[in-house]
Design a protein around this ligand. Structure first.
Ligand code: NIG
Ligand code: FE
Length: 403
């Protein structure tokens, strides 16, 4: 048994374990002058330094604030090529959806990604994941979705498997059906249901299936068919919905008890009501709001209505070149009107719930000892700082990993 007592914690902060909804998202436990005991990678005790138990080893954290490590529940971190031309066109006024309809955008990343080898995909993704982890992420979801043809989708998921051997952060793979082919989309959806999803489930290549449900991507009936096939094969469900148009994706996600529905920039009162009454997590992605100049998802209204809300980066080349989960948390406060406490809850326990994980996100006894030592003695610097990294060290299962 390895036992380490972490001492000299100026301020210890955590939400309660498990998904938090509505006003409970603001309820953090704050302990000044604290200590934390970790046994075999799990939290064994936490409290005031004066009451700390003895331990074989001690680790002095130097008088800083400690929070749970962050969880990024939504990334597209594996891709090849770039979208710098799209970026310039968008800045000059061409909308994201127009670029996609013209065969650019996601489709251009698909062309580049299909041509990349497994080794190339891994080499391109690794520094992105290192940047995300250094910003505080100990758990990172990664979607496929730039393959289109099945071999390329499977290669993306294989890349995540290889990346897991090269990263300390826990990587959670998701199969994403991103946009349909330009011809024979009905046949493609059938093949996804009867060939791709069963292969992914059998090979345990992904834990969840996600679909981009949007006017310029998959329709609600197509999305339903693929999510029902995923459910049949024991995979969890996620959805990209209401990014540009509220065409019914959020309602479908809640009906099928998806783990999360993500984006929500175009959600209105009907979608807020459905999410407030559902266990499905509402995941907002403030980096997209910033980068595409979209309206912000109605996170304030969702929390006030009682929903369970999470935050993610959406790290991808087209809509969110955001390599920091801490920046997403800080942007959630500015763009989505979360309080710092709500944002911390959204990027920890609620992000864990968006991945179906219950063993992390809070620093309570029995949870994984994934935590951050900040540079500062006040945890609110995590939500306050823009453009520098307030995270000094990321501990994963009690081990110092990124500093
Ligand atoms: O979550 N909107 C759909 N998919 C991604 C963007 C992918 C891309 O533009 O490459 C998103 O925003
Ligand atoms: Fe996304």
């Amino acid at each position: 048994m390895t036992e380490v007592l972490f001492t000299n914690i100026a301020q210890f902060v955590t939400p309660k374990a498990g998904p938090q909804r509505g006003a409970a998202m603001r309820e953090l436990a704050v302990i000044p002058d604290a200590a934390l005991l970790v046994c075999d990678g799990l939290i064994a005790w936490v409290g005031s330094a004066k009451d700390a138990p003895r331990a074989e080893q001690t680790h002095d954290l130097g008088g800083v604030a400690v929070t749970p490590a962050l969880i990024d529940p939504h990334t597209h971190a594996v891709w090849a090529g770039d979208r710098l031309g799209d970026f310039e066109a968008r800045v000059e006024g061409v909308p994201y959806e127009t670029i996609l309809v013209r065969g650019g955008g996601i489709r251009s990343t698909m062309r580049a990604t299909r041509q990349a080898s497994l080794d190339e995909l891994v080499a391109l993704a690794l520094p992105r994941l290192q940047a995300l982890s250094a910003s505080g992420a100990a758990t990172i979801e990664i979607k496929s979705g730039y393959g289109l043809d099945f071999e390329a989708e499977l290669r993306m998921l294989e890349a995540v498997r290889v990346l897991q051997t090269q990263t300390a952060a826990d990587l959670r793979p998701t199969l994403l059906l991103h946009v349909p082919p330009e011809e024979n989309r009905a046949g493609y959806v059938q093949e996804v249901c009867h060939s791709l999803i069963p292969r992914v489930a059998e090979g345990q290549l992904a834990e969840a299936v996600d679909v981009f449900c949007e006017t310029e991507a998959f329709s609600v009936p197509e999305t339903r068919a693929m999510l029902e096939a995923a459910h049949l094969h024991g995979l969890k469900l996620k959805l990209h919905a209401d990014q540009f148009h509220a065409i019914g994706g959020t309602e479908l996600a809640c009906e099928l008890a998806a783990l999360s529905v993500d984006h929500l920039e175009a959600s209105g009162e009907a979608q807020i009501r459905v999410l407030a009454a559902s266990p499905t997590v509402a995941t907002v992605l403030p980096g997209v709001t910033l980068h595409l100049g979209l309206p912000a998802a109605p996170a304030r209204a969702l929390i006030d209505a009682g929903a369970c809300l999470a935050l993610g980066t959406d790290l991808n080349p087209g809509s969110a070149p955001v390599f920091s989960i801490q920046l997403s948390l800080a942007l959630g406060v500015r763009l989505n009107r979360l309080t710092p406490a709500e944002a911390l809850t959204a990027a920890t326990v609620n992000a864990a719930a968006a991945l179906g994980l219950t063993d992390r996100g809070a620093l309570s006894v029995g949870q994984r000892a994934d935590f951050l030592a900040l540079h500062s003695a006040d945890w609110r610097d995590l939500a306050y700082t823009l453009g520098a990294n307030p995270v000094q060290t990321v501990f994963i299962a009690g081990q110092e990993q990124y500093s």
